[in-house]
Design a protein around this ligand. Structure first.
Ligand code: GLC
Length: 475
């Protein structure tokens, strides 16, 4: 089977969040499976174009219609390991600093989606499945239905939509239908939602299968608390919805192999882990003392990551006698919160308002406790990464956090972390307190560090599940 994996970002070329990781590591694993050929397509952003390290070659160019306009499409490609990546080039839309957040994002990704379909006319790849990811590629089923249905090679194409985060839906004004998409009134019903058009909604209605990035999230998004308005559409389409929990690239995130950390260590080698912590304390200007429990957060600093809880009990957290290390960028409000804490607690709190992968590795390896109190978390990759480095997660029981971090029973040592259910600051504080207490129980702590480092978070299982989903719909 031939799969075209369409996404708005993919590491190592471009990554702003978890989607970028998934769009690298899932295709690599799929490609290893028998009888599967997968290629990936993403926009040719400025930062990719200007990076001399990628060996990217021109493939072809043509024009695509967007309503009454003809718009240029360049196709470039590169091999990453065994997988071919395509890059859609249009300097007007993509030669900008950053990926998202422009006034014309709706038009940019409508263009991207149509260019992908048009590209299939010009390259030697007969896709059976187009795998869509989030709203940026969600118009593909609508374009397939309206502009490509009459062409034979498109008739067999089936679509799978993966929802990584339902908060972002691709909403545009009503006049977009004819003005940009070039679709007639017959499609308004499919695209329209509330008082605007909604890309994601149209894909939910039109695609053949919907997946979410964890089991639990596939249930949560049928309810208003999580669905950002789409609960009814999802409930109606639940018959084609399932959850497949993400994996991570376990070669990359590996305490034994990672070149970024100070000392590599094997499962359960807590003294080596402690050495990493002490080097990190030096580097970050914290008090150097291997016995102080270090709590870390590595996260985009946005509200659904549960930062309001941290803000609410920040001083009580620090009163647990911990060191606290944060890495991330995002809303100014939260950046300031952590900068302020670093000012109030010198030597104990380190606020790194950056996106630095090397430092992130060091923190994953050096910290003892990894805090992820998300309000919602479709899957979450950081808790999986933290476990690879023996850092015990403290999570709220939601989405992929619930699926990957079962509550630890401190007697039998079954489970993988400390959890709390209700989105409440003191419940979170209590979970951190239990984790800190547990840290001092060296025998048990060592066993759990060993267990979580051995937990299999590779893509092997998930890739098989995706192939199963593809097989169900393929012609
Ligand atoms: C989004 C979600 C995150 C998930 C990632 C990859 O960033 O917020 O929970 O892990 O996508 O699927």
């Amino acid at each position: 089977m031939k799969i075209l994996y369409a996404a708005s970002e993919a590491a190592p070329f471009i990554k702003t969040g978890g989607l970028g990781d998934v769009a690298e590591s899932l295709p690599l694993q799929l490609q290893k499976e028998e009888g599967v050929e997968v290629r990936v397509v993403i926009p040719y952003y400025k930062s990719i174009k200007e990076n001399p390290n990628f060996n990217i070659k021109f493939v072809t160019s043509f024009a695509v219609d967007l309503a009454w306009r003809k718009v240029h499409v360049g196709v470039f490609s590169a091999k990453h390991k065994n997988v071919t990546y395509y890059f859609i080039d249009n300097e007007y839309y993509f030669l900008r600093d950053g990926c998202y957040g422009f006034y014309d994002d709706g038009e940019r990704y409508a263009y991207f989606s149509k260019a992908i379909l048009e590209m299939l006319m010009h390259i030697d790849f007969d896709a059976d499945i187009i795998h869509l990811n989030d709203w940026q590629t969600a118009l593909i089923p609508a374009f397939l239905k309206t502009h490509y249905a009459h062409i034979e090679k498109y008739q067999k194409i089936r679509t799978v939509l993966t929802i990584h985060n339902i908060e972002y839906q691709g909403k545009v004004p009503n006049n977009f239908l004819s003005y940009v998409l070039g679709m007639d009134e017959g499609m308004r019903n499919v695209l329209s939602y509330g008082d605007c058009l909604n890309f994601l909604k149209s894909a939910i209605v039109l695609c053949d299968k919907i997946t979410t990035v964890s089991e639990t999230y596939s249930h949560e998004i049928r309810y208003a608390y999580y669905a950002h308005g789409l609960e009814n559409i999802l409930s109606e389409n639940a018959y084609k919805l399932c959850g497949i929990t993400n994996g991570i690239n376990t070669d990359l995130y590996s305490a034994t192999k990672d070149k970024n950390i100070y000392f590599n260590f094997k499962a359960g080698e807590v003294l080596r882990k402690r050495d990493n912590k002490m080097e990190l304390q030096k580097e970050l200007g914290l008090e150097v003392n291997g016995d102080i429990p270090m709590v870390a957060m590595i996260s985009r600093l946005v509200s659904h990551k549960g930062l309001d809880l941290v803000e609410r009990v920040a001083n009580e957290l620090m009163a647990l006698g911990i060191q606290f290390v944060v890495i991330g960028t995002g809303d100014e409000k939260y950046e300031n919160l952590f900068k302020h804490l670093a000012y109030v607690y010198p030597g104990r709190m380190s606020a790194n308002i950056t996106f630095n992968l090397g430092l992130a590795s060091k923190v994953y390896a050096g910290a003892d406790i990894f805090l992820m109190p998300s309000k919602s978390e479709p899957c979450g990759l950081s808790q999986l990464i933290a476990m690879r480095y023996g850092t015990i997660p403290v999570v709220r029981e939601t989405g992929g956090l619930f699926d990957t971090v079962p509550a630890l029973n401190t007697e039998t040592l079954e489970g993988r972390g400390f959890t709390f259910k209700v989105y409440n600051a003191h419940d979170m504080l209590d979970a951190v307190r239990r984790a800190v207490e547990f840290y001092y129980d060296k025998v048990k702590y060592t066993k759990v560090v060993k267990n979580i480092m051995k937990y299999d978070s590779s893509w092997k299982v998930a890739a098989k599940k995706y192939i199963n989903v593809y097989s169900q719909i393929i012609q």
